[in-house]
Ligand binder design. Structure first.
Ligand code: IPE
Ligand code: IPE
Ligand code: MG
Length: 255
């Protein structure tokens, strides 16, 4: 999809140059820690639930924009394995929004060639949500324009633990010896198996941490932190992040 080589330092992301050049700036897979819904609501003296609702609207817009830009895969952190530490009513609100989102947006995913993927231990969610997820996974399985991976009940340490367990089981079965385990065995045993390497990891709301997200996959990702709160993150913000990505020199340990 690259139409012209990306010109470094061309300034405004909305400039003609940026419009003509590849809007992805070469990023195939981006991931976002969508943080700041609560602070967005607090700033506006609104209930937290409304912050989450606005957050879902931002998801809808960004998924659309990323698909149009030609991003191959986008992984969104929606609910962490540590988010169970929140008050029960907030968890209920979040699960309600998840139900609504899958039901309301599945047609649009399908029409736009979006393949849904879920990472994390989603089978521990309420059984009706598991059913909705599995229906959506099945329905969109053959779509190939963009993969939207949603992280639900996700924690990178748990993901790696499950990968280690499955590799240990394969060794026990006699599939291979312990000293034959290599990087691709691990990558293939993670929930993100099959996705392109993670190019860019974005976190909104000014927090400078990974909060147990994609710890293996982020080994050589570019990191982008913005103070913008997730409900305010829009196309322009995504363009800015991709522009920053395009201007970086990725060396992968070389020179
Ligand atoms: C992100 O917003 C949404 C989830 C973690 C589900 P927060 O709810 O964490 O918002 P802040 O960090 O309290 O502002
Ligand atoms: C990370 O945000 C999880 C999601 C965005 C789903 P949190 O708000 O849960 O992270 P911490 O607790 O500030 O690290
Ligand atoms: Mg937060």
């Amino acid at each position: 999809m690259r139409l012209m080589p990306t010109k470094k330092g061309s300034g405004d992301p909305d400039s003609d140059m940026a419009q003509v050049a590849d809007p992805t700036h070469g990023a195939r897979h981006i991931a976002i820690i969508m943080d700041g819904n609560g602070r967005w609501a607090k700033k506006k003296h609104l209930p937290r639930a409304l912050g989450h609702k606005k957050g879902v609207e931002a998801v809808r817009d960004i998924v659309r924009v990323a698909g149009e830009m030609g991003i191959e895969a986008m992984t969104l952190y929606a609910f962490s394995s540590e988010n169970w530490n929140r008050p029960a009513d907030e968890i209920t609100d979040l699960m309600g929004l998840l139900r609504q989102y899958i039901q309301s947006d599945i047609d649009e995913f399908d029409e736009n060639g979006i393949r849904l993927k879920v990472i994390g231990n989603y089978k521990a969610l309420d059984s009706d949500i598991v059913q909705l997820i599995e229906g959506a996974l099945e329905r969109t399985a053959k779509n190939d324009r963009m993969t939207l991976a949603i992280a639900l009940n996700y924690g990178a340490q748990n993901e790696m633990l499950r990968a280690v367990q499955s590799i240990a089981a394969a060794v026990k079965k006699g599939d291979f010896e312990p000293d034959e385990i290599d990087v691709s065995h691990v990558s293939d045993a993670l929930d993100t198996a099959g996705l392109p390497p993670l190019d860019l990891l974005i976190r909104t709301s000014g927090e400078l941490r990974l909060s147990n997200f994609l710890l293996w996959q982020a080994a050589y990702s570019e990191l982008y932190f913005t103070d913008t709160l997730w409900p305010d993150f829009d196309k322009r913000e995504l363009q800015r992040a991709l522009k920053s990505f395009g201007d970086r020199d990725r060396r992968f340990g070389g020179r």
